[in-house]
Design a protein around this ligand. Structure first.
Ligand code: TMP
Ligand code: ASP
Length: 242
């Protein structure tokens, strides 16, 4: 697979074209940003760990019937993926209240709601990725109501699968964000990444945070936490041949 020009250079990843127009190479960087780019740092080895963690999760989801863009791992920082047109929505699932929802609604972090909460944000840096609702998304022309219905269905399935994978790793899946893309033939599939950058992961025994909140909140030992998540998931994949 030969690498061609840069398709998109993001905050944490760079997407490159290849000589196959249906495939891209995604390279994971060590750059970390938070609060809409206000807080920045380079966390040595983060890209390597997220490349590995996201690959394990995407292989697991694929084996469980959740179609996604991951094809294969190329090297420590790169993976070969199907090229999709990313739908500019961040689909957030909350199993436990934390982060922006805790702040916005004055709910104590760690509260367990009786239902699973789905939020959508419009991916637009200049607007600060605002929280929107289904009607806004349709009015923006990003998706149809039918597509949203499909997206929520896939997201619910992902949540069930990830909750059980992380539970096996001794981790509570507090919340996470996923993104979807359209394939050439118009299907909607899971894309982007699933990693400690895009999830809140709390150790089941100690409640210790094993995710990007360690960076956002200056808790220290960021990379050690990502390594711990990788180690536990890799053990499960090895043991089960996921
Ligand atoms: P929030 O509490 O900031 O709304 O985040 C909810 C979850 O979604 C959390 O696991 C982090 C993830 N997330 C991203 O990965 N990227 C984003 O831009 C946002 C806003 C959240
Ligand atoms: N708000 C997101 C985060 O903190 C991303 C960003 O703002 O750059 O993860």
């Amino acid at each position: 697979m030969e690498q061609r020009g840069i398709l998109y250079d993001g905050k944490a990843k760079r997407i490159c074209l290849t000589d196959d127009e249906d495939k891209v190479i995604i390279r994971y960087k060590d750059d970390a940003t938070a609060f809409n780019n206000v807080k920045k740092a380079v966390l040595a080895n983060k890209g390597v760990l997220n490349n590995r963690i996201s690959a394990i999760i995407f292989r697991y989801l694929r084996n469980a019937g959740v179609e996604n863009h991951y094809i294969s791992t190329l090297d420590d920082r790169s993976q070969l993926c199907r090229r999709v047109d990313i739908i500019p929505l961040e689909v957030i699932v909350r199993n436990i209240i934390a982060g922006s929802m805790a702040r916005r609604l004055g709910i104590e972090e760690g509260t367990e709601p009786s239902n699973v909460i789905y939020d959508i944000c419009y991916k637009a840096d200049e607007l600060g990725d605002p929280l929107i609702n289904d009607h806004h998304a349709v009015a923006l022309g990003i998706v149809t109501y039918d597509e949203l219905h499909n997206i929520y269905g896939i997201t619910a399935k992902i949540n069930g699968l990830l909750k059980s994978l992380f539970a096996e790793a001794g981790i509570r899946l507090v919340d996470f964000k996923v993104e979807f893309g359209r394939t050439e033939d118009g299907r909607i599939i899971l894309a982007d990444e699933v990693s400690p950058d895009t999830c809140r992961l709390w150790d089941m025994k100690t409640n210790e945070k094993l995710d990007k909140d360690r960076f956002r909140r200056d808790l220290g030992h960021v990379i050690e936490a990502y390594e711990e998540v990788y180690r536990r998931l890799a053990n499960i994949e090895d043991a089960r041949g996921l």
